[in-house]
Write a protein that binds this ligand. Structure first.
Ligand code: PEP
Ligand code: MG
Length: 591
């Protein structure tokens, strides 16, 4: 029966395909297709990992066998028995074998898929005790996944499985044809999302998350339809269900009827036609009707994204979120050489166009890895995040600064510092940059010049922007956090997503003041939060005097279209009126 789940629209477009449920695991799980020749090796990988866990439990049982009930309570021995029973369960091993053999899923993916299937059965059990065994099943799966980590095979997408869009006929008549896969999960970390960049999914849905959570941001950079905050979707959707993601409306349609399918198929084709039309603007300079030149820059997460940025018509990178190089590495940070090579790849990839590299911004909803997640503080967004973390670990920070300075020898680089608030932090940061240069001089290593900029993403920073301009060559407004901190709305929490409002007058005032002060002092200012790529806000930002926008490459042409149609001079007075409103959102919808 067709039903729909409403969430938050994250990345535009329509995706139609089969649901792949990903069990929320605390272990990073790779998802890729293997070649048919790798099936036996992959089955063996799961088997030996499972055997390792079984042996570990046997060892534990032996070591506690001579203990009294005080040291080894009965519950523990019973628990170990249950774990062994689950590990030896045929349904688990047969299911895993099925996903590997018949679907060519890699071992980890097969295991988590089968976990999901069995977990559903546990959920439906009447007996409370048996229902409670689901947690044990999750625990042993996690143990097997961890055991497998040491023998992981490389992430590849098997050429035997190329994705093609199915025709309506395929969808209605033939279930065996290769169809797009839609990932459905309770939650995905930004690092998970990054892993999916190399994967085959045609769309994403998560139960939780806000529109500007980093998970959503990476989904947007993949430029495939995505919906977050679609509560309960991972419980209501079943493995292999047909689903439609409407990334524009933020809706997930499950088990669509033929009429609904046809309707969305039509919408999907319309969207593609519209995108095709926009490519005509690729080489058109972004100039308003009254002759104002507008700079459209790209936000990237990995050096490899630089090529996509150039192809999308970006005139530079306005934000390279360097933290993605640091994530999911089990606590091992990239050394200077690794970082230098990565930044250099981005710089060379941009072919002479400027690259703004932001120093690491971990913490909040971007944990480095599972261990940092475990140690999460009560208020991670207000904790040791971004520059605070960098200044607290000078060796790590200096390593990154040296790597960025060295990359600057290969092309124009701007250095951007996130989350600064205090003048003291600014001075400390500047001293560290000087020190990094001295260290390179002492080692006789070449480096290049950099312009140094600060993110304005905390209200306090926006309110003392004059202080910032004493030190910095340019500023970049991070509205994702500026909104979060101004309105006290957690950007990752879907339960308050309706209050996360870029058009709140307080937010607009802080943005406008920052732009005005930079313009008055002749210093470059850009906006790199998600607002920059939102076409419904382009005219307002132009009216506020913004001339530089940094966004996901996929948004550049749509924003350019708005720019070409705008008369910036005429928008100034209107923008003033919007900002003076109690509820600017209302005037914007009428405009
Ligand atoms: C922002 O806060 O607007 C920003 C661009 O940084 P991030 O989204 O990475 O926090
Ligand atoms: Mg930010």
């Amino acid at each position: 029966m067709t039903f729909s789940i409403h969430g938050l629209a994250v990345a535009r477009g329509i995706a139609i395909g089969r649901a792949v449920l990903v069990a929320s695991s605390r272990v990073d799980v790779a998802h890729y297709f293997i070649a048919a020749t790798e099936v036996d090796a992959e089955i063996e990988r799961v088997r030996s990992a499972r055997d390792a866990v079984v042996n570990e439990i046997h060892r534990l049982q032996a070591s506690i066998s001579h203990m009294g009930p005080k040291e080894a309570p009965q519950e523990l021995t019973a628990l170990l028995d249950v774990h062994l029973m689950l590990l030896n369960d045929d349904e688990l091993s047969n299911g895993v074998r099925h996903w590997i053999k018949d679907r060519l899923y890699n071992a980890e993916w097969a295991l988590t898929t089968q976990l999901e299937v069995i977990a559903r059965q546990f959920d439906e059990m009447e007996d409370e005790y048996l229902r409670g065994r689901k947690a044990d099943l999750e625990q042993i799966t996690e143990k097997v996944l961890r055991a497998m980590k040491g023998v992981a095979s490389p992430v590849v997408v098997a050429p035997s499985r190329t994705l093609r869009k199915p025709s309506q006929q395929d969808l209605l008549l033939d279930d065996t044809v290769d169809v797009p896969l839609i990932l459905v999960a309770h939650d995905l970390s930004p690092a998970d999302m990054l892993q999916f960049k190399q994967s085959v999914f045609a769309g994403f849905v998560t139960d939780v998350g806000g529109k500007t959570s980093h998970t959503a941001i990476v989904a947007r950079s993949l430029d495939i339809p995505a919906v977050v905050g679609a509560r309960l979707s991972s419980q209501l959707v079943r493995q292999d269900d047909w689903v439609i993601i409407d990334g524009d409306a933020g809706v997930l349609v499950v088990d669509p009827s033929p009429i609904v399918l046809a309707e969305y198929g039509f919408k999907q084709r319309q969207g593609e036609l519209e995108r095709g039309r926009l490519t005509r603007l690729l080489h058109t300079p972004a100039v308003t009707m009254d002759g104002q030149k507008i700079e459209l820059l790209a936000n990237i997460e990995m050096p490899e994204d630089a090529l996509g940025a150039v192809l999308a018509g970006a005139v530079g990178v306005g934000l390279f979120r360097s933290e993605f190089l640091f994530m999911g590495r089990n606590g091992r940070l990239p050394n200077e050489e690794e970082q230098y090579l990565a930044y250099r790849r981005a710089v060379e990839g941009m072919q002479g166009l400027p690259v703004t590299i932001r120093t690491v911004d971990v913490g909040a909803d971007k944990p480095l890895d599972e261990s940092q997640q475990d140690n999460a503080h009560l208020n991670p967004a207000l904790g040791l995040r971004a520059i605070r973390w960098s200044l607290a670990d000078p060796a790590m920070f200096l390593t990154q600064l040296r790597a960025i300075l060295r990359a600057a020898a290969h092309g124009p680089v701007n250095l951007l510092i996130p989350m600064l608030v205090h003048a003291g932090e600014i001075r400390h940061t500047m001293a560290m940059i000087d020190r990094a240069r001295v260290e390179l001089d002492n080692r006789g290593i070449a480096y290049g010049p950099v312009k140094i900029g600060a993110m304005i993403e905390v209200p306090a920073a926006a309110l003392i922007v004059k202080v910032f301009l004493k030190y910095f060559d340019f500023l970049s407004i991070g509205t994702n956090d500026l909104i979060q901190y101004t309105l006290a709305i957690d950007r990752t929490d879907e339960s308050v997503a309706h209050l996360y409002d870029p058009l709140h007058p307080a937010v607009l005032r802080l943005v406008a003041q920052t732009i005005a002060e930079c313009r008055a002092q002749g210093k470059p200012v850009s906006l790199c939060g998600e607002m920059a790529g939102d076409v419904s806000l382009t005219r307002l930002l132009l009216g506020m005097g913004l001339r530089s926008f940094s966004m996901h490459p996929a948004q550049i042409l749509a924003v350019k279209q708005e720019v070409l149609r705008a008369d910036a001079g005429k928008l100034t007075a209107w923008a003033q009126q919007v900002m003076a409103d109690d509820e600017p959102g209302l005037r914007m919808t009428r405009h």
